[in-house]
Design a protein around this ligand. Structure first.
Ligand code: 13P
Length: 210
């Protein structure tokens, strides 16, 4: 896709997330890699009403070259791109079940979710948890940078999920799977649960995770 098509695609998927209640108000942000920088959703914009022409364009130094003022989480997105060579897009949401899990005590910071479904293993993998910092704080971006090399999916404590993907579609699919998995974890909280075995998880990683 060329830059204009990517602008349209960000607006299309932003609206899709908003229409299905996965984004609300001005929460969440989306970025996509270009050959000469990144497209980034503007700060305080509503995912459901993005104007493709006003989406921010940053150069490879992160400097704004076109469009509105970019998301306050720009540093966090750039940290993902810098640590993950294969990263083509980053999506951050405040989707409700993921946020609920991000507020829970006693999570495993290296692997937040128990192995409950195949698709969670295949698309989310080992979800990392980073400590709470205020939105847009550079310390939050630094915390994500420290785990990004080993994890494409990160949960920000008391805040929400961030996912990197090879393309925008891949990142959106993975963050939707993360949200569904968080919902399942909450639904199953008081029910004895059959988890996937370490062998079943290893087999999924062999077959589907590269
Ligand atoms: P922006 O409106 O600056 O993108 O911030 C929204 C958000 O989700 C903060 O975490």
């Amino acid at each position: 896709m060329n830059e204009d098509q990517l602008r349209e695609h960000i607006a299309l998927l932003g609206k899709s997330l908003y229409d299905r209640g996965l984004a609300h108000g001005s929460a969440g942000n989306i970025s996509v890699k270009l050959s000469d920088g990144w497209l980034m959703t503007p700060t305080n914009s509503c995912m459901g009403r993005l104007d493709p022409a006003r989406i921010s364009k940053l150069d490879l130094d992160g400097k704004l070259v076109a469009g509105d003022k970019p998301s306050k989480e720009t540093f966090l997105h750039i940290a993902m791109y810098q640590e993950r060579a294969s990263c083509g897009a980053v999506v951050h949401l405040h989707s409700i079940h993921s946020v609920a899990v991000s507020c829970m005590e006693g999570l495993d910071a290296q692997n937040v979710f128990p192995p409950i479904t195949a698709y969670a293993i295949m698309q989310v993998g080992r979800l990392a948890l980073v400590p709470y910092y205020p939105p847009g704080d550079e310390a939050l971006a630094d915390a994500v940078r420290r785990v990004a090399c080993a994890h494409h999916a990160v949960l920000l404590a008391n805040h929400g999920p961030v996912v990197a993907g090879s393309s925008l579609d891949a990142a959106v699919n993975a963050i939707e799977e993360l949200e569904q998995t968080a919902k399942l974890v909450l639904l199953l909280k008081d029910h004895p649960t059959q988890l996937l075995s370490p062998e079943q998880v290893a087999e999924l990683n062999r077959r589907f995770v590269h």
